[in-house]
Design a protein around this ligand. Structure first.
Ligand SMILES: CC(C)(COP(=O)(O)OP(=O)(O)OC[C@H]1O[C@@H](n2cnc3c(N)ncnc32)[C@H](O)[C@@H]1OP(=O)(O)O)[C@@H](O)C(=O)NCCC(=O)NCCS
Length: 182
């Protein structure tokens, strides 16, 4: 179970060799069209979330060298609206790895498709993917090897999010056990 696992598990004997962050880093680009808008005429947040999940899934699959499924998505922050005609770039990389899971960080930037103006940072998301085998059982992933100061900062911040996710799950589980049937 999640609660019983230690984050040092991937350092155990027989662990897979590490892979650098850059080996799976990916950018997915897409021009926004009129079919992707909300009632206010800007791009629907769910469309951006789908792109984030797609890019993160590609990164998780590349890093783990096989199937990987979205276990959770948190902290999807929208900073600026995305408009029709924006060329959106969804940049994704593995921030952190556990034994069978990976946190993938996604940074979304947008620029006008036909202008050479600076791109705007429109959103950020953090997703957890679990690598699975043919039967859907979680399988070990290679530990990610952060190479730059930025990668190391992201690794440390991802560890903080991981700690909070596990603590939140544990606290909710404990509360429900104290209040059976509530
Ligand atoms: C994700 C899934 C494989 C986890 O299976 P499980 O039996 O709970 O397995 P575990 O408890 O061993 O968890 C596996 C890993 O995922 C992590 N994990 C599981 N649920 C998580 C969650 N909600 N948030 C963050 N991490 C999670 C665990 O911490 C563990 O990581 P670790 O090995 O690095 O420590 C399973 O719940 C699943 O298949 N979910 C559906 C995924 C899916 O279909 N996604 C697409 C949505 S349509």
């Amino acid at each position: 179970m999640v609660e019983g696992m230690t984050d040092q598990a991937h350092e155990a004997e027989g662990a897979l060799p590490g892979k650098p962050t850059a080996a799976s880093r990916t950018t997915l680009s897409h021009i926004m069209t009129g079919s992707e808008t909300n009632l206010y005429g800007t791009v629907h947040g769910g469309v951006i979330m789908k792109l984030a999940d797609d890019a993160a899934g590609a990164v998780a699959g590349r890093h783990s060298e096989g199937p990987a499924v979205t276990a959770s998505m948190d902290e999807m922050v929208f900073l600026e609206p995305v408009r029709v005609g924006d060329l959106v770039h969804v940049k994704a990389q593995v921030n952190w790895t556990g034994r069978t899971s990976m946190e993938v960080g996604v940074r979304v930037v947008a620029e006008r498709w036909n202008e050479s103006t600076p791109a705007t940072h429109v959103g950020t998301a953090y997703l957890v993917f679990a690598a699975i085998d043919e039967s859907g059982t979680p399988r070990p992933v290679p530990p990610v090897v952060p190479e730059t100061d930025e990668d190391r900062r992201r690794f440390q911040e991802a560890q903080i999010r991981r700690t909070h996710r596990l603590a939140r799950r544990r606290a909710i589980r404990d509360l429900r056990e104290q209040r059976p049937g509530a």
